[in-house]
Design a protein around this ligand. Structure first.
Ligand code: B12
Ligand code: SF4
Ligand code: SF4
Length: 285
């Protein structure tokens, strides 16, 4: 990149950040596509098994130069009712918003002369498809990881300083060359094992937290089966492993630093009563 180009890249980056602010997006990151081929040394975790080449952005849209990742939070007191119709509705709302905002940003950039395309926040037809092959064609959590937005937890999702794992992502592929964001390199997972212990189907198989290798061992089929069952009851997604995670400033914001609140009723009756009330209505048990 020459001097003029890097100046353009910086002002364009600022324009995109401003656009995100106008759209009410609290989290945005930039990852040049080279990071998929040569993951930066300062990443918080080393992977024993990196994403296969066909999942890289440049394999999906050969013209892409930068991946822009946007994140919207899922509000903690609603996740606390999970599984419930309330969390189900929130999940649907955030999904629609993510897709719409990414679509709008991609058109904004295309109109500026940088052809760009949005990606759907998920990208699968039905849970039945995932039971056969629990993969999508592109992984947003790895994109967010490469943009320096967070680190992987034992729960296999990305933990962020702001919202812990309670944030959903999508991406935009742009032909604009934009400077990548710095990578803080901090491993945010405390290895508290709450996600492992609380998973109702024991899908998180991490047993030796001191010698953890990434990606963590997740039985995706067990998790997808639970999701299928909950969907029949209008209660999906499960979300327990993101509810119990102690990481995230949102815990302070919502005054929920104490995570033992989820383990027993004693002393926390008012919360349990509220969650149980929500769970009694609008979905099957
Ligand atoms: C398929 C899927 C599921 C399935 C399968 C579960 C799973 N663990 O993958 C189901 C429906 C069960 C599910 C559940 C959940 N999901 Co989900 N899911 C996805 C989806 C659509 C695709 C993930 C994917 O295929 N990635 C691509 C592959 C390459 O990544 P990977 O699976 O991590 O693969 C690694 C390892 O498997 C390993 N590996 C080992 N051998 C091999 C072999 C091959 C061929 C490959 C490819 C990889 C591989 O290497 C890979 C790289 O490290 C993404 C959305 C998206 N498009 O990104 C959301 C996504 C990952 N889910 C999300 C969430 C939040 C959840 C839930 C908490 C439910 C909820 N919404 O409340 C649970 C958590 C489950 C868990 N603990 O992992 C969020 C995560 C956000 C975050 N903060 O990180 C995402 C990004 C959705 C979004 N738009 O925000 N999910
Ligand atoms: S989403 Fe539920 S079933 Fe899947 S890993 Fe997390 S806690 Fe377990
Ligand atoms: S619940 Fe604990 S072990 Fe699991 S991801 Fe969060 S910090 Fe890590």
């Amino acid at each position: 990149m020459d001097y003029m180009e890097s100046k353009t890249s910086l002002s364009l980056k600022k324009e995109i950040q401003d656009k995100c602010q106008d759209l009410g997006i609290p989290m945005v990151g930039f990852a040049p596509v080279e990071r998929w081929e040569n993951p930066p040394k300062e990443l918080p975790q080393e992977f024993s098994n990196w994403i296969p080449r066909e999942f890289w952005p440049q394999s999906i849209y050969p013209e892409v130069k930068t991946v822009i990742i946007i994140g919207l939070p899922v509000q903690l007191p609603i996740v606390e009712t999970a599984p419930s119709i309330y969390y189900h509705e929130l999940y649907e709302t955030v999904n629609i918003l993510l897709d719409e905002k990414a679509y709008e940003i991609s058109n904004f950039l295309t109109e500026k002369g940088f052809p760009s395309i949005y990606l759907p926040r998920d990208g699968y037809g039905d849970i039945e498809v995932l039971l056969e092959r629990p993969l999508a064609f592109f992984s947003h959590k790895h994109a967010a990881f490469l943009a320096g937005l967070g680190s992987f937890g034992l729960n296999n999702v990305l933990l962020t300083p702001e919202f812990g794992p309670r944030v959903r992502f999508t991406s935009i592929f742009t032909t604009a060359e934009i400077q990548g964001d710095p990578i803080p390199g901090e491993d945010l997972c405390t290895r508290c094992l709450s996600c492992v212990v609380q998973c109702p189907v024991k899908a998180i198989e991490a047993r030796y937290p001191s010698s953890i290798k990434y990606p963590p061992l997740i039985n995706k089929i067990k998790c997808a089966k639970r999701s299928k069952n909950l969907r029949k009851q209008y209660n999906s997604p499960c979300g327990i492993c993101i509810k119990v995670c102690p990481v995230g400033e949102d815990r302070k914001v919502f005054n929920r630093k104490e995570t033992s609140i989820y383990n027993h009723r004693n002393g926390f009756e008012k919360y349990h009563d509220a969650w149980e009330h929500v769970q009694r209505y609008g979905s099957k048990r």
